[in-house]
Design a protein around this ligand. Structure first.
Ligand code: SAM
Length: 226
């Protein structure tokens, strides 16, 4: 993947999400939305996997440029939009939504707005973007649609499952992987230990992919027309 300075380098979480997407076997002709796209790695995988229309969104201008270049280099017609989470696609519907949002807990100070850290900083419990995503993404799912989110177990798997189930989706963990801490997590290890999010000396985290499905209503379950 071509990557501009300041754009998130695809890592273990990108890889786990991409594998989950492949294994979920996206139906040919699906409309896919990749939120928080970074270099566009997951959007590219969706397009190569047979999706009909792929849209990628990121708040960072550099990420948008990188994702457009990565799509163009492969001759893939990916629509790349700049904006906050789902704002640029409000009112649209997708069969598949993928997201690798910022999720690293940061106890001191406000989450970064303009530095490189905007790609991972996510507030005291690591849930600022995850909570917003769980609130907004379900309304963009077409009936029968599927949402795939990757994040660290440190930010609360139960909280994500509950939030998505609270929106009427059927949600479960479909992939897990232990990942050694990279430079960002190592730099925050003392803070995470103090907050009780990791054990003393723990230098790995568990990544999870959560799948949430919008169940298609059977005709007989639909409310009769007035
Ligand atoms: C952890 S990176 C993931 C990048 C890419 N999807 C991957 O898996 O390699 C998170 C991405 O979210 C973007 N981001 C941060 N805040 C955002 C927001 N409010 N709306 C949309 N994108 C955001 C960052 O610019 C960054 O590219």
């Amino acid at each position: 993947m071509l990557r501009l300075p300041g754009v998130y380098r695809p890592q273990g979480d990108t890889d786990l999400l991409t594998k989950a997407l492949r294994e979920a076997a996206v139906r040919p002709g699906s409309r896919v939305l990749d939120m928080c796209t970074g270099t566009g790695a997951v959007a590219v995988a969706a397009a190569l996997g047979g999706a009909r229309e792929v849209t990628a969104v990121d708040v960072s201008a550099r990420a948008v440029l990188a994702a457009r270049c990565n799509a163009r280099l492969r001759g893939l017609p990916i629509r790349v939009l700049r904006g906050d989470l789902a704002a640029p696609v409000a009112g649209e519907e997708f069969d598949v939504i993928t997201a690798n949002p910022p999720y690293v807990p940061r106890h001191s100070g406000e989450p970064a707005q303009h530095s490189r850290a905007r790609a991972w900083d996510a507030g005291p419990h690591g849930r600022i973007w995850l909570d917003r995503l769980c609130e907004t993404a379900p309304s963009l799912l077409a009936p029968g649609g599927m949402l795939l989110i990757v994040h660290s177990g440190l930010c609360g798997v139960r909280a994500t499952l509950d939030a998505l189930r609270g929106q009427g989706l059927k949600a479960a963990v479909i992939a897990r992987r232990h990942e050694p801490f990279g430079p960002v997590m190592n730099g925050r290890a003392a803070e995470l230990e103090a907050a009780g999010l990791i054990r003393p000396g723990q230098r790995y985290e568990e990544l999870v992919v959560i799948r949430a499905d919008r169940i298609e209503e059977r005709a007989e379950e639909r409310a009769p027309a007035a």
